[in-house]
Design a protein around this ligand. Structure first.
Ligand code: ATP
Ligand code: MG
Length: 322
């Protein structure tokens, strides 16, 4: 019924409706509702203890919601558990056992568990090893891999099943900046292959570039759910761009301040580098850049300052304090 191609084009991949969940009487999820649309990269952001892992476990059928309804591809996670499991891949926030297996053995073990015939397994494993750039490590023991490589192995394991929906619980935690960027690149590639990706993190700016939509959760309550751009404009924070000049220009901060819609101009640590916040109802980044160039400033870099996203996140996640 819900498998019709017409229906699946617009129907959300994940529908969480009014979910409540408590552990020993302590409420971890408090009437949580949100949707994730097909082929989106949706961030799930919240501080420690917000309820991210609990929500993910419910979505991936490992935990039954005590109240409310959760559907994945239109299938109820309680009544149609098997149908849901077939279409999803869950990457938990820790690499549990299997440490004395090689990467290849580990992937082969899961491929077999997913019911892939022996003849197909080698090809599928080679594909996921290539996608996660782990070919050279396939004969290494998992226990000897760095954290980043274990994360990649874990992601490769999730991909063995060729899931339509990836549920990733803090896959970037503990990774160095290079490994983070590489992981983000892999996720972008997976999205372009048509997969829907739901990824949790406790750092909003980390997901800002990657995600097109986001749900922010704090103390078991959804504080925001919608597009990434909507978050930036709905928060009290102004969009901020970082303007780097080739060299110091006398009085430039005051002159930038005189452009239309400028809220503030802050110089960064005595360098020819400025954070410029503007009112998005008055101006936009193109007009801002043009305005600064017209002032004759020798711009060497013009990049979005992600700090304001962090401020937006802090703003949203402190409102929930009871
Ligand atoms: N198995 C459990 N038993 C008791 N309480 C739990 C259990 N799992 C989670 N909780 C509690 O539920 C709340 C939400 O936890 P959850 O793990 O879902 O948060 P999280 O957003 O994933 O946090 P983190 O960023 O630390 O991973 C917390 O208060 C936590 O202490
Ligand atoms: Mg967690």
């Amino acid at each position: 019924m819900s498998n019709s191609t017409n229906g699946s084009a617009t129907r959300p991949v994940i529908e969480v409706d009014d979910v409540v969940h408590s552990y020993k009487g302590r409420r971890a999820l408090d009437h949580v509702s949100f949707k994730v649309m097909p082929q989106s990269l949706h961030g799930f952001v919240g501080p420690n203890g917000a309820g991210k892992t609990t929500s993910l476990k419910i979505i991936c059928t490992l935990l039954r919601p005590q109240f409310g309804i959760v559907k994945v591809f239109g299938h109820d996670v309680v009544d149609e558990q098997k149908l849901v499991r077939r279409k999803i891949g869950f990457m938990p926030d820790h690499f549990s056992t299997y440490r004395q297996m090689t990467v290849y053995e580990y992937l082969d073990f899961f491929a077999a568990a997913y019911g892939l015939p022996f003849a197909q397994r080698t090809q599928v494993i080679d594909e996921v090893l290539a996608l996660t750039d782990m070919e050279k490590r396939k004969n290494d023991l998992i226990s000897g891999l760095s954290r980043g490589m274990q994360q990649r192995t874990s992601l490769a394991r999730v991909l063995v099943n060729d899931p339509e929906l990836l549920l990733l619980d803090e896959p970037a935690s503990g990774l160095d900046p290079r490994a983070r960027i590489e992981l983000m690149e892999i996720l972008k590639a997976l999205r372009s292959m048509g997969k829907t990706i739901f990824i949790s993190s406790h750092i909003l700016p980390e997901l800002a570039e990657l995600c097109d939509s986001v749900t922010i959760i704090d103390k078991g309550k959804v504080m925001y759910s919608g597009s990434m751009s909507g978050l930036q404009t709905s928060s009290n924070e102004y969009p901020t761009w970082r303007v780097t000049l080739d060299s110091e220009v006398e009085g430039i901060a005051e002159r930038i301040m005189g452009l239309p819609g400028i809220i503030s101009v802050d110089q960064v640590e005595g360098r020819p580098d400025y954070r410029v916040a503007y009112d998005w109802t008055v101006t936009d980044r193109n007009s801002l850049l043009r305005g600064i160039l017209d002032l004759g400033a020798p711009i060497t870099a013009f990049t979005e300052d992600k700090r304001h996203l962090n401020d937006a996140f802090m703003d949203l996640t402190t409102k929930g304090v009871k």
